[in-house]
Design a binder for this molecule. Sequence first.
Ligand code: SF4
Length: 396
Amino acid sequence: MPIQILQKAFAKAPFAKSKPPKRDFRIGIPRVLNQWSTHRFWTTLFVELGINRRSIVYSSDTSEVQQLKFGKGRGAVDCCYPVKCMSGHYGELLNGQKRPIDILFVPIILTVPSFLRGHVRENMACPRVIAGPESTRAGFRREKDVFKEMGVHYLSPAVSLADPQIATRQLYDALKGVITDLRMTELRAAVATAYDALQEFDQSLRRQSLAVLSECATQNRPCILALGRPYHMDTGIGHAIESELQAFGYPILWGQYLPLDAEILDWLYGDLIKAGRIQSPFDISDIWKTSHSANTNELLWAARYGSIMPWITCSIRFSSYECGMDQPTYSPVQEITEALGTLFFVFQDLDETKPAGSVRIRVETIAYYLEQKSPNIIQSKLEALKTAPPELLLPT
Ligand code: SF4
């Protein structure tokens, strides 16, 4: 998958044939947290509700400049780094626009759509993700209500996005306050189109990952799996470390967008299913019992995928400063990854500091190990799978 693909996706119109604009709002949406995996839903929803695509504005990637210029003195206390950064995004949308916004839209995403739904206990967002919008908002109302003063409507509905029926009702209750002529039938249709757009977007990224894997399989060369939260794709949160590795010639796959084609999953998980260890390729109950968090579930699932897939010879783990959710996953993810010899490296406690020199040394070390070890890793993982790769990966 080409690196930083999501940055470009934020700017794209969701659908070629979107409806002509009929409602004249300017909406700002902070490019934070689970927006990284769900933004296509929100853009499509508002376009379908008749808002001009150009009037839907996302803040930029997180950066030190953004934080200093727009978020200074408004930070939430006692939070992990990605939540702390939210104030810079709020500030940029409130104070950094040529044309001011009318609405600051920050959905409190309670549950996250996931391909593991039905195979895990729950699809919850992290509690700090849920609390993030309110704690950040508080920073802008400390001395005076900045939203009120600027005439910006702060709209932050709680949305169970993994459950379309509940989400539709929650969105209706929230949006009818600003779109006074909104009817349920109109919203229902817009929500359905938005879910389709999100699904199509995810599938297009999976197709790109498949093309990368297939190229690696055909040329018998390695690639790297990035294991992190969706917002580690933000260059200010994940520091684009994967780009530096890609510059050494190793393609990057993100765990959230691995190919899910049946032939590949049967090949990878057939033995585990036959042995009765798992019920299906999406079953993680043997490696992660407390499967309540959608992003954590996908992380564990991707770790196993990477540990079995022969051409993924290295997994890189990203984790942010003060992340409570990641703590219990460190050992299982490492054990799973290394079980069949896949290389494992960690960039932990990422915050606003990017120690360029030490990152460079570590990246060079990883590239060295990849060059030295990859041929044997590919060979031994192919042997462990016993059957030949599916044609989808390795056309004959
Ligand atoms: S998963 Fe970790 S980094 Fe992300 S919001 Fe939760 S505590 Fe913060």
